[in-house]
Write a protein that binds this ligand. Structure first.
Ligand code: UD1
Length: 422
């Protein structure tokens, strides 16, 4: 297990390239299961979660080749020979459940392990199940596995999700592309990753309307064909690196960033006194003088403030002037970074889903431990603004979602290195 050592050394300046979105790629990859013809993704991020999804697809009989240093994923599901997604892989990553809808639609059957509890909450699959049942699937839970079948194929239907779940929307839209007739999915999630998935499915011949709104209409077709699709920019990686100059000072241009991906987040940075401007290459973020102002944040489904940027925003608020209240409404246990930030001198009180942060002038470096993907990067961000050395251990969480984090931050002047633990 490796550690990352960060030493706060003043303002950051320069450019950081933003990769393709992990969460988009993890839903685009299972879309290969819908067609006998090849699907190629470009602008793919180089992450361990992508390797996990590749292994899962390969276990189902798909071919997955990572080309051009992993930035191109060439996939073919011509010869699927297995319809069971085993616990061994699914337990590593909840997004494994995104093979359920496509397998059911293409093969008429799927056995998928339940993901089980994960560090940031219970994360059940009831919404996925209800939506797929509305399309005519029969689903039973046996020995920790969902056994789903649709022997006569799926049938289009109108269904309203009880909550605008990202994963349930993705699974349902993918399944509905090959269903007979029309599916109308109401209260659908509107995240940019869903818009990206729909664009890819459309390139494969699917007939879909309404992506990016809360009603998505899918007209089922008999078959989908091959396509090549570029993965959308990672708005969470983008937001994470936007915090770097905000917390450490300086000016950083995030290459490939677009305002439409991070509107509500950028509005909060603006309220905190950080300038964000769109350039022809990306988004430029600057904190030139003075401390950041405290702002209140409530996580919401898109286009609201993303839960995946809450930990990073908390790190920023730890050094703000005043008191901020951060409310987490998407996941029930997503403040595990708070005690670690406290070890660095932050003043945070957590009550249920609310964290109250009273900013301090300067954080102090300390040994801290990463507990999940976004928590781990929040500790690195805090380290950029801390006095002395911060050693973040268990960084394998980070490798799930951030490629070349050391190289990217070093490139803008941060003092950061990765070391092998003995
Ligand atoms: C996706 C993202 C994740 C992000 C989350 C919310 C991927 C691979 N992951 O996760 O990074 O934090 O969206 O933006 O895209 N829920 C249920 N029943 C269900 C499904 C979900 O109760 O059947 C609950 C979950 O427990 C959670 C909430 O709904 O509390 C949000 O989950 P969901 O939108 O489904 O997130 P994911 O797709 O898992």
């Amino acid at each position: 297990m490796d550690s990352i050592i960060v030493t706060g050394n003043g303002p950051l300046n320069g450019q950081i390239p933003i990769a393709g979105a992990k969460n988009a790629c993890l839903t685009l990859m299972p879309a290969t299961l819908l067609s006998e013809e090849p699907l190629t993704l470009t602008n793919a991020p180089r992450l361990s979660d992508i390797k996990t999804m590749s292994a899962l697809l390969q276990s189902l009989g798909a071919e997955v080749s990572a080309l051009q240093d992993g930035q191109v994923l060439a996939m073919s599901s011509h010869d699927l020979n297995n319809h069971t997604a085993h616990y061994d892989i699914v337990r590593k990553m909840r997004a494994s459940n995104l093979v359920l809808g496509p397998m059911l639609a293409r093969l008429g059957q799927a056995i998928v392990s339940l993901p089980g509890g994960c560090a940031i909450g219970a994360r059940p699959m009831d919404l996925h199940i209800e939506a797929l049942e509305a399309l005519g699937a029969e689903i039973e839970l046996k020995d920790g596995y969902l056994h789903a079948k649709a022997p006569r194929g799926l049938k289009g239907a109108t269904h309203e999700l009880r909550f605008a779940s990202v994963g349930a929307t993705e699974n349902t839209v993918m399944a509905a592309t090959l269903a007979k007739g029309t599916t109308v999915l109401k209260n659908a999630a509107r995240e940019p990753e869903i818009v990206d998935l729909v664009r890819c499915l459309r390139a494969m011949g699917a007939q879909i309307d309404g992506e990016g709104t809360s009603t998505i209409t899918i007209q089922g077709v008999d078959r989908l064909h091959g396509a090549t699709h570029p993965v959308v920019t990672d708005r969470i990686e983008l937001g994470t690196y936007m915090i770097a100059p905000a917390i450490a000072g300086g000016e950083v241009e995030c290459l490939g960033g677009k305002m439409e991906l991070v509107e509500s987040f950028a509005a909060k940075l603006d309220e905190a006194g950080i300038s964000v401007t769109e350039t022809d290459k990306g988004l430029k973020v600057a904190r030139r003088n003075g401390r950041v102002k405290a702002v209140n944040v409530t996580t919401e489904v898109f286009p609201g403030f993303p839960t995946d940027l809450q930990a990073q925003m908390m790190a920023l608020m730890c050094t703000a002037e005043g008191t901020s209240v951060l409310e987490e409404t998407i996941f029930e246990n997503r403040f595990m970074h708070a005690p670690e930030l406290t070890r660095m001198g932050a003043q945070i009180e957590v009550h249920g889903g609310t964290a109250t942060v009273t900013g301090v002038e300067r954080l102090k470096g300390a040994p801290v431990m990463a507990t999940d993907l976004r928590a781990s990067v929040s500790l690195i961000l805090a380290g950029l603004a801390a006095e002395g050395e911060t050693r973040v251990s268990r960084v394998y969480h980070l490798d799930r979602g951030y490629e070349h984090v050391v190289r990217k931050l070093e490139g803008v002047g941060a003092k950061i290195e990765r070391i092998k633990d003995e």
